[in-house]
Design a protein around this ligand. Structure first.
Ligand code: F0G
Length: 482
């Protein structure tokens, strides 16, 4: 993709695939969007697809699949036990990651459940570059706690640091020494660090972390869910890797890690997940929980058809054209918004374009959830659905106090190979309009607040009638209710 330059000089992310199956989209008028927001309690998770034009909630389970994946699904070997389809996936995992033992699970968080149940004890500490919501919830549920050891640059919203997902190894060593290695359940690295804007880590950093794990006898657990994007960044940004193939980089990454787990809703563009390791002892500890929580060892809660699709999807992830599509579309969107003054996370990462709600809505205090307010405002003016990744996505401490997020982000995810460039331009256009009218946007407050993972089904109300004012300005400016 990146190799094609345009005579015009314009930076255009050129698709290296063609679209042969399409799905009709609806764009409902703004009054319907306002009603839909009310029904959904201003929580974009609770919107219905029929009210959504471009769904940028997530890349999870909604990446476009290839003709080869769909063909493979037709020839799956269905059986409860001993399916040849499962053996294909097991072999592919061994080929790509060099790991002998593979356990299937129904999605990424199921892997987190099993790993946490086996290795996290009350009082355990899990140092990691940054947490993901479900990861932290499972560790805490098992009595452990998370220590985030991201480099300082990782939390700088605008930066030119190329690997904001790197772990601060000096801080990691200090944490190990302060707590004692026996308190550390394992060290976790999340590739394509989700909650700080899909930011990558380098292979070199992973090697440094490995060295420390060896020094203190610790296990390194790698969340590979967002590996595709991170592979692109290692290949294009890490000088020492520029002549390596994606396959070689994958293997080098895997060699640093004791356990690799992934959500195949992201990695492999299908739906499912898995855990792999080279340690028989580790494998045996986790194996019984797979049969207890997921299903038999040759399907782990996944449909056999999906397992076929994952195998092909993992192989396709070794194609540079494939892994670069997401990051290049994201870069286009980030650069367009940045050029027009809209505050976004820079440099562009993977997974999606992240708007910085603290700078977008500086007049909305964190207690009124600026990222949540921005998510509802963007939906209202565009029918594009993003995901709040700020304080609503945190949960209260044991005393019921708010835990404010380090960053208040609105994530506009770009599922891989799904949107066209004109659709990205539409989203950019509406976000820029909103930015010019940002003074109208107010805050939110909870009216229904679940204790666990409240962002999934909590409901919020506006703190004033700001949404109807925004609707009136929209109709006046655009001369239309679309
Ligand atoms: N780890 C990371 C880094 C993730 O991004 C996710 C999911 C998981 C684990 C859990 O995997 O959904 O298959 O159970 N992220 C999705 C998202 C939900 O929208 O970012 P899962």
């Amino acid at each position: 993709m990146s190799k094609v330059s345009f005579f015009s000089g314009e930076a255009v992310p050129l698709e290296m695939h063609k679209v042969r199956i399409v799905q009709k989209l609806n764009l409902v008028p703004i009054d319907r969007r306002l009603a839909a927001l009310n029904e959904a309690g201003n929580n974009t998770f609770l919107l219905k697809n029929c009210d959504i034009f471009l769904d940028m909630l997530t890349d999870s389970g909604v990446n476009a699949m290839s003709d080869r994946q769909l063909a493979a699904m037709m020839e799956s070997d269905d059986s409860y036990a001993g399916s040849a389809t499962f053996t294909k996936l097991e072999n592919k995992i061994s080929e790509l990651f060099g790991k002998a033992y593979f356990l299937p699970v129904h999605q990424g968080r199921a892997a987190e459940n099993i790993i946490s149940k086996v290795f996290v004890k009350p009082g355990s500490i899990v140092p990691m570059n940054y947490h993901f919501t479900t990861t932290k919830a499972h560790i805490v549920l098992n009595g452990g706690s998370v220590e985030e050891i991201i480099i300082d640059e990782g939390l700088a919203v605008t930066s030119d640091c190329q690997f904001k997902g790197d772990m601060d190894t000096a801080k990691l060593e200090a944490t190990i020494q302060r707590n004692g290695a026996d308190k550390i359940a394992f060290v976790r690295i999340e590739t394509g660090t989700n909650l700080i804007g899909g930011q990558p880590h380098s292979l070199d950093n992973l090697r440094q972390v490995r060295k420390l794990c060896d020094k203190y006898g610790l296990m390194l657990v790698f969340d590979a869910s967002l590996l595709a994007d991170n592979l692109h960044f290692i290949k294009t940004r890490e000088a020492a890797c520029k002549d390596m193939s994606i396959r070689e980089i994958t293997l080098q990454i895997a060699q640093q890690c004791d356990i690799i787990y992934f959500s195949a809703r992201k990695l492999g563009c299908a739906r499912g997940g898995g855990i792999c390791t080279n340690s028989k002892e580790t494998f045996l500890k986790m194996r019984e929980l797979v049969t207890l929580y997921e299903g038999f060892l040759t399907y782990g809660g996944m449909s056999i058809r999906e397992i076929e699709a994952i195998t092909v999807g993992l192989e396709e992830t070794m194609d540079e054209d494939m892994v670069s599509q997401g990051p290049q579309f994201i870069e286009y969107m980030v650069n367009e918004l940045d050029r027009q003054g809209v505050p976004v996370i820079t440099p562009a990462g993977g997974l999606g374009c992240h708007l910085d709600a603290m700078r977008f809505l500086p007049h909305v205090p964190q207690s009124q959830y600026p990222a949540g307010a921005l998510a509802s405002a963007v939906y209202l003016v565009s029918s594009v659905r993003g995901m709040e990744r700020g304080s609503v996505s945190e949960q209260r401490d044991d005393n019921g106090n708010e835990v404010y997020s380090n960053m208040e982000l609105l994530r506009m995810a770009l599922p891989r190979r799904v949107f066209t460039l004109s659709q990205i331009k539409y989203a950019v256009d509406r976000i820029v309009w909103l930015y010019r009218n940002r003074d109208l946007v107010g805050g939110l407050r909870f009216v229904e607040e679940p204790k666990m993972l409240r962002f999934f089904f909590g409901k919020l109300a506006t703190t004033s009638d700001w949404q109807s004012k925004l609707v009136a300005r929209f109709k006046a400016d655009l001369g239309s209710d679309l």
